[in-house]
Design a protein around this ligand. Structure first.
Ligand code: C2E
Ligand code: MG
Ligand code: MG
Ligand code: MG
Length: 288
């Protein structure tokens, strides 16, 4: 009997593994279709200059409304897209959207307006020469998509892990970004472990303090002390600091007092469609 029960449990285990794998395959197929049928959307979340209250930048955030399942979180579909390589085509599309939107807002709102775009490691890998090839330092101008956008309109957001774990080749590409004027931001800063010397080596432009530090931040807290330390360190290295996940006026006031340069979060605005963003900016570009 015990043996039978073991076999049954194993059977259930196999079945649920299989179901999970099938669900992944279906989701991935649907995602391919969504990209082909232009069903993906990019939303833009305002990034506010804390000292003035002006909206100076936005982060491009991908959205997928599944025809049957409704909205699917990027936390679910981005990893699938990364595993399968689909992130390369999706990423190119996001870049194109963000670039054109940045140019529009540069014309209508602010000549220095910037849009930041999240970038996955796989988007660099396709550009790396395979093993055994002569190792030419890869240059961003040769990058099929980024090569066309060598300006300050776009800021590339990467995670700490990408600087630490990436191959020599990816690091060379990141350095060539810097040479061609593309700015770089470290996303979710403080949650990974990075060697601080990399901030200097790659001439990082922005640090985005992870929302986990901001969400629990109150006067006198360790989280506030960490935010203050990141601001001081960033500024000494010539890096501007952006706080993510700003939800309350108290957090905003503490961050402003700490000298943090920019804030992003529901206090200012949720991620918006481009027309909603235009509406928010109509007549003024301040977040009260
Ligand atoms: P992220 O780059 O760290 O983006 C910030 C996330 O925090 C977004 O979640 C945003 O909607 C959310 N957020 C903004 N303000 C607040 C706030 O005040 N409170 C709280 N609790 N959350 C806030 P979202 O849009 O679900 O994106 C999740 C992650 O998916 C992103 O994290 C990013 O890593 C990834 N992602 C999104 N779009 C893209 C993309 O186009 N390409 C790639 N490779 N990754 C993307
Ligand atoms: Mg980001
Ligand atoms: Mg983040
Ligand atoms: Mg994140």
């Amino acid at each position: 009997a015990a043996k039978n029960r073991g076999r049954n449990q194993f059977g259930y285990f196999m079945q649920s593994m299989q179901r999970a794998a099938q669900k992944k395959m279906r989701t991935l197929n649907d995602l391919r279709v969504a990209l082909a049928l232009d069903q993906l959307r990019v939303l833009y979340q305002p990034i506010v200059e804390l000292a003035s209250g002006r909206i100076r930048k936005a982060e491009a955030l991908l959205r997928w409304e599944h025809p049957q399942r409704g909205p699917v979180s990027p936390a679910e579909f981005i990893p699938l897209a990364e595993e399968s390589g689909l992130i390369i085509s999706i990423g190119d599309w996001v870049f194109q959207q963000a670039f054109h939107q940045a140019m529009r807002w540069r014309g209508s709102i602010d000549p220095d307006f910037q849009i930041s775009v999240n970038m996955s490691p796989a988007q660099f890998r396709r550009h790396s020469p395979g093993a055994g090839h002569a190792c030419h330092p890869p240059h961003v101008r040769a990058h099929p998509v980024l090569g066309r956008y060598v300006g300050t309109e776009i800021v590339v957001e990467i995670t700490e892990g990408m600087l630490m774990e990436s191959t020599h080749n990816i690091r060379e590409q990141l350095l060539s970004f810097r040479e061609s004027g593309i700015q770089m931001s470290i996303d979710d800063f403080g949650t990974g472990y990075s060697s601080l010397s990399y901030l200097k080596k790659f001439h990082i432009d922005y640090l985005k303090i992870d929302q986990s530090f901001v969400l629990k931040m109150v006067a006198g807290s360790d989280d506030l002390a960490l935010c203050e330390a990141i601001v001081v360190m960033g500024h000494k290295l010539g890096i501007k600091v952006i706080a993510e996940g700003v939800e309350t006026q108290e957090q905003r006031d503490l961050l402003t007092a700490a000298g943090c340069d920019f804030g992003q979060g529901y206090l200012f605005s949720r991620p918006l469609t481009a027309p909603q963003f235009d509406l928010l900016l109509r007549g003024h570009n301040y977040c009260a």
